[in-house]
Write a protein that binds this ligand. Structure first.
Ligand SMILES: Nc1ncnc2c1ncn2[C@@H]1O[C@H](COP(=O)(O)OP(=O)(O)OP(=O)(O)O)[C@@H](O)[C@H]1O
Length: 259
């Protein structure tokens, strides 16, 4: 198994608060890797550190064998380390297709001159990208008749899957999904699970940050559990479900929430 992503001693401190504490992770190529933990345990901060939206206070992030913790998010994305954004990147007044096309343009390397003069090469590339956008929407289960619907008029489940299609426009090798099932009903969650499985089958490695335990336990090959910024367990779904410290962390969190 090839290691695709590794962190060593990854740490993030916000003033006095240790949000991520000396975290070692290893994600192998072809995995669906789960990152779970109670509210405030450091999952989102970890995701920001992996993708470059935050700089670590200490430690390293290795992707494809190279240290990337100092690289900007756009540079990491161009290397295939891509994340979703919980709908913040979706333009609700654009159609589903135009949202994907827009994301493709953000990653394209067209020269200004070729676009002004509409060279044959430029036009062929545009046709290729349009066909690819249709393919991506189909891959996430947005049928051709949904392509031209405004994103704001899609169902919650369709919007989540559109968000995945937009991330796929960057051609990820490793895709980080940030709570993709939040706000979805059971049926929508199952459709999303089908999409994540399909991505894995197509060779995309996935890191899934998610509160829905049924989804995480059902999909992931391995899971790491955070609590107060530290990793308290990692292993297969069966190992994690049977781990006393995980059960205690979740029960403790629930008691705190109940006051
Ligand atoms: N920019 C910031 N400045 C200060 N503290 C922060 C910042 N971002 C996160 N934190 C704190 O770091 C800790 C970890 O937060 P984080 O959002 O990573 O947790 P999480 O596991 O993703 O939580 P949730 O499941 O609720 O999304 C929390 O105590 C949070 O308040």
């Amino acid at each position: 198994m090839t290691t695709l992503l590794e962190t060593h001693g990854l740490t993030k401190r916000f003033d006095g608060l240790l949000a991520v504490d000396d975290l070692d992770l290893r994600v192998d190529e072809g995995e669906i890797f789960g990152l779970i933990g109670p509210n405030g345990s450091g999952k989102t901060t970890t995701l920001h550190l992996l993708t470059g939206f935050l700089r670590p206070t200490g430690g390293t992030v290795r992707y494809e064998g190279r240290e990337v913790e100092r690289l900007r998010p756009s540079v990491r994305a161009s290397q295939g380390l891509v994340r979703t954004f919980q709908l913040t990147n979706v333009f609700f007044t654009f159609t589903a297709l135009d949202n994907v096309r827009h994301t493709q343009h953000l990653h394209a390397s067209d020269s200004v001159l070729s676009s002004i003069f509409q060279t044959p090469g430029y036009r062929a590339e545009r046709r290729r990208l349009r066909a690819r956008a249709h393919e991506l929407l189909e891959l996430v289960g947005l049928a051709p008749e949904r392509r031209d619907v405004l994103a704001g008029n899609l169902s919650a489940g369709e919007q989540r899957r559109l968000e995945v299609a937009m991330a796929l426009a960057a051609d990820p090798r490793l895709l980080l999904l940030d709570e993709p099932a939040s706000g979805l009903n059971i049926e929508e969650t199952q459709e999303l699970e089908g999409v994540v499985t399909e991505l894995r089958d197509r060779g995309i490695t996935v890191i899934l940050v998610e509160h829905n335990m049924r989804m995480v336990l059902g999909l992931c090959t391995r899971i790491a559990v955070l609590n107060f910024g530290s990793k308290i367990a990692d292993g297969t779904p069966a190992e994690i479900s049977a781990d006393e410290s995980v059960v205690t962390a979740y029960l403790g969190a629930r008691r705190d929430a109940q006051g």
